[in-house]
Design a protein around this ligand. Structure first.
Ligand SMILES: [Zn+2]
Length: 276
């Protein structure tokens, strides 16, 4: 086998070409297209070092997907309110980095429905679409509410969460294509069943801030997967530094080999070598 790249790994880049997803490994500064590797033998090798994505210092363990412990404790992007946006504390003057918050949280967000392993509700910055859906392996997706801040997206998601899941079952995701669902119909059901809560949010934040998207059409997404595994085993690079097999496909941030699956995002900031 020959080495085709090495460096600090980041989540794969994913872009839509018509409805098809094109992936690339990101290793340090270089990008290596992944789709052409499907059907071939590929080996990932963890080289034994992790360098923090923020400060570059070497860390034994990766925290919050790619940070050292001190950065995990001080960066705004590692704060509890990123996972639970309704807990945003910017207005109390306690944001870990108010200018970061201003740039990344006090900006338009989208609440969406996605079908990855069944219907789920999710949120993301408006500029992160459709990347967010591709990272999650969604085969259908539909933006349903546009809001003015991350915190507001958390409030809206909270309303919908009582009716729709907010997690992806990754095992189901890697076992096959999710059966198609009518996301537009589910949007209408949610708008109706949560009407009171939505009106309350519009009264609190304004009609401009909380906009229901009635007329958007769902998009369809196809992943480059030649075959799904019947039994799902995960590689763990912390225990065994080599993940190798015939690459069957890519979905979300998962590489699917005939020998097991691996979530590339989980290894953000690990030094990896890729062989073909
Ligand atoms: Zn750091």
């Amino acid at each position: 086998m020959i080495e085709i790249g090495r460096g600090s790994v980041n989540k794969m880049s994913a872009r839509l070409d018509a409805s098809n997803v094109e992936y690339a490994f990101r290793l340090g500064e270089s990008e290596i297209p992944v789709n052409p590797l499907i059907g071939k033998t590929v080996r990932l090798e963890y080289l034994g070092a992790i360098h923090c994505s923020h400060c570059g210092r070497r860390t034994k363990t990766s925290f919050s997907q790619g940070y050292c412990y001190p950065c995990m404790q001080k960066l705004a992007q590692c704060d509890i309110c990123i996972m639970s946006p309704e807990k945003c504390h910017h207005e109390h003057g306690t944001c870990r980095d108010p200018s970061w918050g201003q740039q990344f949280c006090m900006t338009d967000h989208v609440v969406y429905l996605a079908n990855s392993s069944g219907v789920k509700v999710g949120i993301t910055r408006a500029t992160q679409l459709p990347t967010r859906w591709l990272d999650q392996g969604a085969s259908q997706a539909l933006p349903i509410v546009r809001v003015a801040t991350r915190q507001q997206s958390g409030f809206v998601e909270d309303l919908f969460r009582s009716q729709v899941a907010d997690r992806t079952n990754w095992r189901a995701l890697l076992k096959g294509d999710a059966p198609s669902v009518d996301l537009s119909a589910i949007r209408q059901q949610l708008f109706e069943s949560c009407a009171e809560g939505l009106t309350a949010l519009q009264t609190r934040f304004g009609l401009q801030a909380i906009q229901l998207l009635h007329d958007v059409e769902p998009i369809q997404i196809r992943y480059p997967v030649e075959a799904y595994p019947t039994k799902i085993v995960s590689f763990n690079l912390d225990k065994d530094p080599i993940a190798e097999g015939t690459l069957l496909g890519v979905k979300g941030q998962y590489l699917i080999f005939d020998t097991g699956v691996i979530n590339i995002r989980k290894y953000t900031a690990y030094q990896l070598a890729v062989h073909q």
